[in-house]
Design a protein around this ligand. Sequence first.
Ligand code: T3D
Length: 255
Amino acid sequence: MPEVEVSREGAVQTITLNRPDKLNAFTQTLHAELHTALEQARDPAVRAVVITGAGRGFSAGQDLTAFGESGDVAGMLRATYHVNVLAIRSLEKPVIAAVNGVCAGAGLSLACACDLRIASDAAFFVPGFVGIGLIPDSGGTFFLQRLLGTPRAFEWMTSNRRLTAPEAHEWGLVSEVVEADAFPVRLAERAAELALGPTSAIAATKRLFDQGATATLEEQLEREAEAQARAARTADFREGVAAFGEKRPPSFSGS
Ligand code: T3D
């Protein structure tokens, strides 16, 4: 059985982590298959990506039965988690973490690497790392600090407190909480909505926010000016303005 399943509905590619018996904990195979799936998502025909989990988990992080097998923890992180986190950030389209269930350790880091998080009300979030004497890796310290602010992120990551989906929403960790029964439908709706958007402008927005995290105002103003000049040359911009003038919804092609 594949440890990652990939499906496509229109312009939306869904990547499902598929080790439900182990709450989709990461193995070398899962990392490799996730990487292949993220490579497939580079196809320009894909305009939104959803990452979710099979069964009652999103992901419980590293499979602890296979932890540090090679003895080279840093090397393993670089070769697996880092590659996939960077692949998500470099995808020129929105990536949604559809947090269907428990989300812990590096599973939490992976969800935070995505552009937005939508949670089922059955989901909960657990730092995991501190529970076994580790630090939040795979971008955990980077993304959580930005999403939650240092005091809250630090307090949470050092407490191993279990956060419910409504609490995660209140904290701004997830943008939406949906009743478990309605989750697949709402998710498909939100992903389709994003896939119908002006994909290249959305990709540029994603890149600018990433760059903005460490830029000066002057640098960021310059990047925005250049990106806007490119956006103003796209077919989607022409279509957006035409649709506005004709008082109809725009039909964006993503180009
Ligand atoms: O070198 C490196 O690898 C460094 C990288 C580190 C990255 C990390 O992610 S470190 C953090 C690893 N994750 C954890 O520490 C979380 C461990 N899991 C838990 O604390 C709990 O399972 C949860 C809070 C996530 C969920 O609790 P609960 O009660 O809902 O489920 P459960 O009964 O504990 O788990 C269900 C099954 O999944 C169970 O298997 P079994 O007994 O039915 O055969 C459990 O052992 C398995 N499972 C859960 N998490 C993991 C796991 N198996 C392997 N690895 C796991 N991480």
